[in-house]
Design a protein around this ligand. Structure first.
Ligand code: NAD
Ligand code: UDP
Ligand code: UDP
Length: 320
């Protein structure tokens, strides 16, 4: 099949491309390199079945594909809040363009939605029928509401134009290849301990998240795309940890002498988050297989190699 991956030079997108290429598909990657990097897809650049297009999806583009994995959108609060209007354009205009493309070429379209559409949830754990508690005017809303409109667009193209859609609600995912300055909690804690800096816990660290290793997530996305169910379907690891527990786990693994310091909690930071994955289990036969300790170990090894490399050191010094 010819498969288009938007945001394919990013963290999840590049792992997905590895799987698709290894399965023998023809892959087109679209990316504007806002938070993605060519090095994530370096090994495929010369492959005859791989094509990289530097393109911003807020502009229309004409291509042919059988399937579209639509992942293009900054995912870290630091990056999506840097230019919130652009984040809205990417989610609304970008998703509209990719759905227009899917309609024109009759491609199946998978949207990488997010647990953020549940906002600061009043229901725990979150199942797909929960409609969420999102602040429409806060600093996170460019992303949260943007993704909610992206879901609405997908369902309206489905109902109005018969576009075959799949909607994945992805919960916190981590793993190798996360950008050193991504700003999300796992990469921050790992980079901080490796560099001998204190771990920055926001608030008192009692807020919770559930962390899914990237290989598990990619498997879930592929099962959803190739299965019969439109979704939305939650994809995430139901093991829930407080952020302080996560900091202590990284501290213990990398440097038991590392200091943990507390910083102010960002506005609208969700207090609890854990996916109900009953649907993914029953409809896709999917559940995560990599426990946090194991996933963290692989992540630390990947970062250790990069932070110690000349390029890694260069990137680290740029951030200071
Ligand atoms: P990422 O930031 O590493 O990847 C996003 C990619 O999209 C980057 O390569 C970036 O350059 C590209 N991009 C951004 N705006 C673009 C535009 N206008 N045109 C073209 N390319 C653009 O993030 P990720 O963690 O790999 O997330 C991928 C997708 O999964 C995102 O849609 C995100 O919302 C979703 N998601 C991720 C998580 C997570 O925990 N990682 C959780 C929920 C949802
Ligand atoms: N679009 C695109 N590539 C295509 C087909 C459509 O980028 O191959 C864009 C198109 O420019 C438009 C959007 O997708 O902005 C929605 O397209 P659709 O055909 O649904 O709507 P219309 O063009 O009628 O507004
Ligand atoms: N967080 C933290 N220290 C950091 C980065 C994040 O304590 O250096 C917290 C953040 O406040 C949130 C959780 O970790 O409660 C997850 O943050 P992240 O940005 O990874 O993703 P979110 O789930 O909030 O989108």
């Amino acid at each position: 099949m010819r498969i288009l991956v938007t945001g394919g030079a990013g963290f999840i997108g590049s792992h997905l491309i590895d799987r698709l290429m290894e399965d023998g598909h023809e892959v087109i990657c679209i990316d504007n390199f806002y938070t993605g990097h060519k090095r994530n897809i370096l090994k495929w650049l010369d492959h005859p079945y791989f094509e990289l297009i530097r393109h911003d999806i807020t502009e229309p583009i004409r291509l042919e594909a059988d399937q579209i994995y639509h992942l293009a959108c900054p995912a870290s609060p630091v990056h999506y809040q840097y230019n919130p209007v652009k984040t809205i354009k990417t989610n609304v205009l970008g998703t509209l363009n990719m759905l227009g493309l899917a309609k024109r070429v009759k491609a199946r379209f998978l949207l990488a939605s997010t647990s953020e559409i549940y906002g600061d949830p009043e229901v725990h754990p979150q199942s797909e029928d929960y409609r969420g508690n999102v602040n429409p005017i806060g600093p996170r809303s460019c992303y949260d509401e943007g993704k909610r409109v992206a879901e609405t667009l997908a369902f309206d193209y489905h109902r109005q134009n018969d576009v075959e859609i799949r909607v994945a609600r992805i919960f916190n995912t981590y793993g190798s290849r996360m950008f050193e300055q991504d700003g999300r909690v796992v990469s921050n804690f790992v980079v901080q301990t490796l560099q001998g800096k204190p771990l920055t816990v926001y608030g008192d660290g009692s807020q919770t998240r559930s962390f899914c290793y990237v290989s598990d997530l990619v498997e879930g996305l592929m099962r959803l795309m190739n299965g019969e169910h439109t979704g939305p379907i939650n994809l995430g690891n139901p093991d829930e940890y407080t952020i302080l527990e996560l900091a202590q786990a990284v501290q213990k693994m990398v440097n038991p002498d590392a200091e943990i310091i507390f910083k102010p909690l960002p506005q609208d930071d969700p207090k609890r988050r854990r996916p109900d994955i009953t649907k993914a289990k029953s409809l896709l036969g999917w559940q995560p297989t990599v426990p946090l300790q194991e996933g963290l170990k692989m992540t630390v090894e990947d970062f250790r190699a990069r932070v110690a490399s000349p390029q890694g050191q260069h990137l680290a010094s740029v951030s200071e």
